[in-house]
Design a protein around this ligand. Structure first.
Ligand SMILES: Nc1ncnc2c1ncn2[C@@H]1O[C@H](COP(=O)(O)OP(=O)(O)O)[C@@H](O)[C@H]1O
Ligand SMILES: [Mg+2]
Length: 261
């Protein structure tokens, strides 16, 4: 075939880098004189799990609250699916937040509601399109996913800490979020319960394909759950990479953190 007869085949479009689900750019935050975050940049792609490690008081929870939009940074930006959250109206911020499931370290469950009522709560407020029967089915399905279907009528005070975290996870998933933010999901649990919660988070993550951020100082669960880790110290990211990359680092702070965690 001569070159004149060749048909020009257009080259396929180059794959565009996916918009990160979460993009934090140069975020700074101080409380009075105390500077907590000193320029933190990170991003999480859809389907990826990022663990944020660091000693107590380094600003991990503050960073998570900034990502959700509960706190505003002094400078820098947070984009959720490409949208800068600082520019959103309250209505739009509400819409964006509905796509985020979160579980805080404290205030995990409503004490006066049963397990079932806790998980039903977001559905009752945001999914009025579902009938009571549909909401009920959805709650049972969520509880089954976290292995709590037999405890639906218990009060939070009557179940273990690990079970409370399971229910909190079911509630966090109620609105089918595409972003999941977990603050110390294994804190205060014994090692076996911690490992079980770690496995559960991994399973949920794989089934729901969310972009997840897990704040933890539990290195073992971070290793189980995370695709990528960052270590915060003095308001900055000291290192970012896989668990193996952290382990082979010769940065003195990273080495010390891994040794004592
Ligand atoms: N609303 C606030 N007002 C004043 N200081 C705060 C506030 N929130 C957090 N801090 C301070 O910021 C620092 C980081 O807190 P935090 O993010 O909770 O740490 P971590 O989660 O890493 O343990 C702490 O010294 C804490 O006292
Ligand atoms: Mg914290």
């Amino acid at each position: 075939m001569s070159s004149a007869q060749q048909i020009a085949i257009p080259s396929p479009p180059r794959p565009q880098p996916a918009t990160p689900a979460i993009a934090v750019e140069s975020v700074r935050k101080s409380f009075g004189e105390q500077s907590v975050l000193n320029g933190v940049t990170l991003s999480v792609t859809p389907g990826e799990t990022l663990a944020i490690l660091g000693r107590s008081g380094t600003g991990k929870s503050v960073l998570l609250r900034i990502i959700i939009g509960f706190e505003t940074p002094d400078s820098g930006s947070v984009r959720i699916h490409g949208q800068p959250i600082s520019s959103l109206s309250l209505d739009h911020l509400g819409d964006v937040r509905m796509r985020m499931g979160f579980l805080f370290q404290h205030a995990a469950l409503y004490d006066s509601l049963t397990v079932e009522q806790n998980v039903a709560f977001p559905l009752q407020h945001h999914r009025r399109d579902l009938s009571t029967a549909q909401q009920h089915d959805r709650v049972r399905q969520l509880l089954a996913e976290v292995g709590m279907q037999d405890h639906f009528d218990k009060m939070p005070s009557d179940i273990s800490g690990g079970m409370q975290k399971r229910v909190g996870l079911a509630r966090a998933l109620a609105l089918e979020p595409d972003i999941l933010l977990l603050d110390e999901p294994t804190a205060g649990l014994d090692p076996i319960s911690s490992a079980e919660i770690g496995e559960l988070v991994l399973k949920l993550q794989q089934e729901h394909h969310m972009a997840s951020v897990v704040v933890t100082h539990d290195l073992h669960s971070a290793k189980t759950i995370a695709d990528r880790l960052i270590l915060l110290n003095a308001g900055k990211v000291v290192i970012e990479g896989s668990f193996q990359q952290l382990q082979s680092s010769n940065d003195p702070f990273v080495m010390q953190f891994l040794k004592y965690s």
